[in-house]
Design a protein around this ligand. Sequence first.
Ligand SMILES: Cc1ncc(COP(=O)(O)O)c(C=O)c1O
Length: 412
Amino acid sequence: MPNAFDARLAARARGAKSSAIREILKVTARPDIVSFAGGLPAPELFPLEAMRQAAARCLAEGGAQALQYGPTDGDLALRTAIAEQVTASDAAAAAAAGLPRPRAVTADEVLITTGSQQALDLVSKLLLDPDDLMVTENPSYLGALQSFRLHQARFATVAMDDDGAEPGSLREALGQDPKFVYLLPTFQNPTGRSMSTERRVQVSAILGEFGVPVVEDDPYGALYFDAPPGPSLRSLQPELTLALGTFSKTLAPGLRLGWVVGPSAVLARLTQLKQSADLHTSTLSQKVALEVMRSGMLPDHLERLRSVYAERRDAMLTAIDSYFPPSARITRPSGGMFVWVELPEGVDAARLLPIAVEQEKVAFVPGEPFHPNGGGQNTLRLNFTHTPSDVILDAVGRLGRVFERALEALPA
Ligand SMILES: Cc1ncc(COP(=O)(O)O)c(C=O)c1O
């Protein structure tokens, strides 16, 4: 029987569906199941001792201040530290690409958010009215699509090749006069693809030509296995870009700490919206993260993450090459957390998920929900960072059996 709330739902909440896949994935918390489903960091690599020391120092030295309300746009010292870090990586990326050094980012161009997921929600609130058109890559990050959908956006999608969003397709989408573009140029979720430097320059020139704002989401840039990624779109197109960053994949997602870099006038508007969402991001999380940055442990910690994750990526690709049907196409990411799999047309990954979970004790995320306008039933996403290499090798073998059987069952 509908309750008193259900009878009174707002239109945006009526549209929000609970997902069958989410229900199935709940069982992946079972210890007998190997889950390649979540975008989870390896918990054994969380810098527990550094965090413990940082938290102790914050409480001992900062005292009550670490537990008090704070400013909506975030702790000034943390914003300054992030501005310095972004400026340094902008300079390094520009030098590696042979481009002029971008201007320094200042603290008033940084807004602290409660994870980058909050930034996606705030940007949606800032820019989207019901039925507004926006542009995303196809496929794109599910959590962002959920936020855009909740704000009743319509989607024009951009096709991708191995270098990320295709310029021709982007041009076509921008020609439809969208509100904004959401792009993940670096180790994209879900495909693991990354834009080459040349593609970044091309894409930012096209954005400039059309004058359409872009939200550049980059949680994975620090997790590179070969060379650091090319210049950010923001460094190439600062007036048009809101760039989202997070500590979730480098320190710990439980901190719920992210940031937006962008023009200060736009951040002032986002700050107004944030005020009604949560007043401000956790003071304690901000102070602890700042303390960790100041401790100087981050470079070594990131080096360790990169080396363990690269080894796990290798384990996953080696196992896929051995055990998946040769007709399965995969991405070979050079960073981040995900491999994207495309099975032959006619295979439905969502129908294989319960079989993989129940019969072979392995979980993945079917790819269809990552496609803003549907499609991609034959695709799926695998996470390689959360599972040790020996377990990956074995579990990918079992998943390969599920796919082989599905292919045998296809009509000839
Ligand atoms: C592309 C992308 N954006 C944003 C997020 C949200 O991250 P958080 O809110 O933890 O910063 C994620 C999390 O997996 C992600 O993959």
